[in-house]
Design a protein around this ligand. Sequence first.
Ligand code: ADE
Length: 323
Amino acid sequence: PGVNDLRPRRFAEYIGQRQVVNSIQIAVEAAKQRGDTLDHALFHGPPGLGKTTISQIIAREMETTLVHTSGPALERPADVVGILSNQKHGDVLFIDEIHRLSHAVEEYLYSAMEDYRVDFIAGAGAFAKTINLPLQKFTLIGSTTRAGMLSPPLRERFALTYHLDYYSVGELTHVVTRSASILSVSIDQPGAKVIASRSRGTPRIANNLLRRVRDYAQVRREGEIDDEVAAEALHVEGVDELGLDRLDRLYLETLARNYGGGPAGINALAASANEEVQTLEDVVEPFLLKIGFIMRTPQGRRATTRGMTHVGAPSDAAADAGQ
Ligand code: ADE
């Protein structure tokens, strides 16, 4: 099975995000009963938690077609007008990284979302003329790691807004068990729990780690995964007991050693760690904040005592001032 075959295809198969899924299921069922389209929906939250998967499930349950695009891919207004004018009644336009839309493209979405029409200017100068193009009624689903980076006019046009949060270890154990069964991998409950508890609350990571542990079990053992095999395999992969990987630890170590625990600005940290600011902000920091290893202060990022201790750096009470 390929990478995508582990994704649940129906709400009934979806594990976790109970509140979000319950709410969407009601909206979907109600729209279907009325023969109407689903309202525009916005999903925000850290990567790997199911924003795309849930959108695909919505389209399938609505029995419509999903067109997948992204903020950076929609460079010119013509790109989005082209897609919108080809959509059939009820189709879903999924825009990943919607916070990265250009201003010009975003402006076209306002009337498209609200009135199902776009006005565009054809030609130039004295020959320019406005063409008013009616669209079929459609559903826009936006996905972003940063709800705060959407402009208010765009954000306000989504009737449904959902935040996806990290999964519990119990939920991820369930995800790992389900995925192992699809991949025909033999794993016991303690083995699944070891993987789940080192997946940083994220199903995408759990499924990736399951594949790495499967490889290890296949090559170094007899193929069966228990807690001991899982722990060994993840140690080889550089994933520690809390699920922090090399990049998470690099971030903490840089903050601890180069900046004495902080405060340090994100640009300085990114430069020292030789990483992209956006990767640190979207991928690394949310989980370190959640487990209380770092803090964001007006002066910059700080490591907490627990964060410092985790990477073996000496910490003093001053590092936690203001916590
Ligand atoms: N695979 C990845 N995420 C999943 C989820 N939330 N439920 C079931 N399987 C998954």
